[in-house]
Write a protein that binds this ligand. Structure first.
Ligand SMILES: Nc1nc2c(ncn2[C@@H]2O[C@H](COP(=O)(O)OP(=O)(O)OP(=O)(O)O)[C@@H](O)[C@H]2O)c(=O)[nH]1
Ligand SMILES: [Mg+2]
Length: 470
């Protein structure tokens, strides 16, 4: 699709497809007023539609026949979502009515919008940058409060602001280099043309390079938590038979999903269910108890348990604390086999007088719970959250700016590598021109993330993933 086709007026349903109390059809482009005059008859005596004010009236077809009563809100450019003239048409939520309304708008000169075209126009009109545009899709797709909050923060421009700050650091290094390229004869470290107060080259640029690279590294590393917050995570629950794995899953979910009993070997296959852990969607996988066995079904169950453990983002090693040493030794033995992140869950603490102190496995955290008495679940969830996201949970909030989108992460990585390359050449006293080539590559990556430079194919790719009406 060509972005320059904004001379057309587009129309689409912006509420979900299906029957509802009310549906909202959005109209955007140069002919909004003209189209409205053909399909909407206001009940107010005012000659012109007021701005940003709901107006009651009748929707009519092209022959002037009334088919619904509803409201219209008109937004005059540039003060609208798209930056163009825009109207929101609220009709009764019958499929027939909103389809008829869209058809009437098309008969009056509009065309049906492509997926994401409203947001694409907002981007073309400069209302939002590309990062903000992408966050609209994330916000709509968010399944938990945490992912919604991150997407909203990006929509409000926090990530863009952080990217602009780091970009500025790189531009500053570039400005110092430019000085030595433009005025080679005059240039000497500490002399020559003034660049932001003082021209620098070689060693003197080191702190600027180091700072910019550290900022990029921090941002790139945040993608680990960003991915989990956006897409969720998988957590396998493993342990010996009767350790209380299924009781643990049931209590996390608040329902009797897995069968529990005091007969060892109750769970035979894996059972998966999603639970909200402090705002992130976590898929917990209950597995068969692990023990030496000749039973072919149990063997298959154990294989599935290990498969789940190896592919999970985190593995809960559930131990029956009342069994003491034998369980601890088992955990130490199993932990060596698993490369996945681990958390030891000391269960059945209601049966023991004192909990194990000190480290059981080096570098592996532990939490004490009683799955039966539903005790310790707050701490368990907090630990799961912190291990999965690498963030500490401060009053349920993640405080810093993080990356959630793979496109952004790849470009931040590209920016960092080009910057590193420039730094190496600078340290080796290569010519400023050569250093500047790499610095420009780094800068170009920022430009691409924020959409300052873009190709139509990139926009097609990004906006095709949106729904129609967004
Ligand atoms: N006292 C006490 N009993 C518990 C606790 N958690 C589970 N149990 C009991 O331990 C027994 C085994 O629990 P399950 O949840 O079925 O254990 P499991 O690890 O899923 O066992 P398998 O499916 O056989 O591998 C049941 O009788 C539970 O009621 C606990 O925290 N305290
Ligand atoms: Mg079980």
């Amino acid at each position: 699709m060509n972005s320059s086709l904004t001379n057309e007026t587009i129309v689409a349903l912006s509420t979900p497809v299906g029957v509802g109390a009310i549906a909202m059809v959005r109209l955007s482009g140069p002919d909004v007023r003209q189209i409205l005059s053909k399909i909407f008859v206001s009940k107010s005596s005012a000659k012109q539609l007021p701005k940003r004010t709901p107006v009651l009236g009748n929707f009519i077809d092209i022959d002037g026949e009334i088919f619904d009563e509803g409201q219209v809100v008109f937004y005059e450019k540039p003060n609208s979502y798209t930056g163009e003239d825009l109207a929101e048409l609220f009709c009764h939520g019958s499929i027939a009515i909103y389809q008829f309304l869209i058809e009437s708008a098309c008969s009056a000169g509009a065309r049906v919008a492509a997926p994401g075209e409203f947001t694409r126009r907002a981007f073309i009109e400069g209302k939002v940058d590309l990062v903000q545009s992408e966050s609209v899709a994330d916000l709509i797709a968010s399944e938990t409060k945490a992912s919604a909050k991150i997407a909203l923060s990006q929509l409000q421009g926090n990530l863009s602001e952080r990217l602009e700050e780091i970009w500025q650091q790189i531009v500053e290094i570039g400005a110092h280099l430019e000085a030595s390229i433009d005025f080679p004869d005059e240039f000497e470290p500490g002399a020559g043309p003034m660049v932001q107060g003082k021209p620098l080259f070689g060693e003197e640029l080191t702190p600027l390079f180091v700072n910019a690279e550290a900022s990029l590294k921090e941002l790139e590393d945040s993608f680990r938590s960003g991915r989990v917050l956006r897409e969720g995570a998988r957590v396998a629950i493993i342990g010996k038979p009767n350790a209380g794995k299924s009781t643990l899953l049931n209590n996390l979910l608040g329902e009797e999903r897995s069968i529990t009993s005091d007969i060892p070997g109750t769970t035979r296959d894996t059972i998966e269910e999603v639970c909200d852990v402090n705002g992130i969607p976590v898929r917990f996988i209950d597995t068969a108890g692990l023990r030496d066995t000749q039973d072919p079904i149990e063997k298959e169950g154990a294989k599935r348990a290990y498969d789940a453990a190896q592919t999970a983002d985190l593995c809960l090693l559930v131990l029956d604390s009342s069994k003491g040493k034998s369980e601890f030794e088992w955990a130490q033995h199993e932990a060596k086999k698993l490369e996945t992140n681990k958390l030891i869950v000391l269960n059945k603490t209601d049966l023991v007088s004192s909990c194990l102190s000190g480290e059981l496995i080096r570098g592996v955290e532990k939490v004490s719970i009683s799955a039966l008495q539903k005790k310790g679940f707050g701490l368990l969830k907090k630990s799961v959250f912190e291990i999965l996201t690498g963030e500490s949970l401060q009053g349920g909030n993640i405080m810093r700016t993080i990356l959630t989108n793979e496109r952004h992460k790849n470009l931040v990585n590209k920016a960092r590598h080009s910057l590193k390359e420039a730094f190496v050449l600078c340290q080796k006293a290569y010519s400023p021109e050569l250093v500047a080539v790499h610095l420009n590559d780094s800068s170009a990556a920022f430009s691409e993330i924020l959409g300052k430079s873009y190709g139509e194919s990139l926009l097609d790719k990004i906006f095709s993933e949106f729904c129609i009406g967004k």
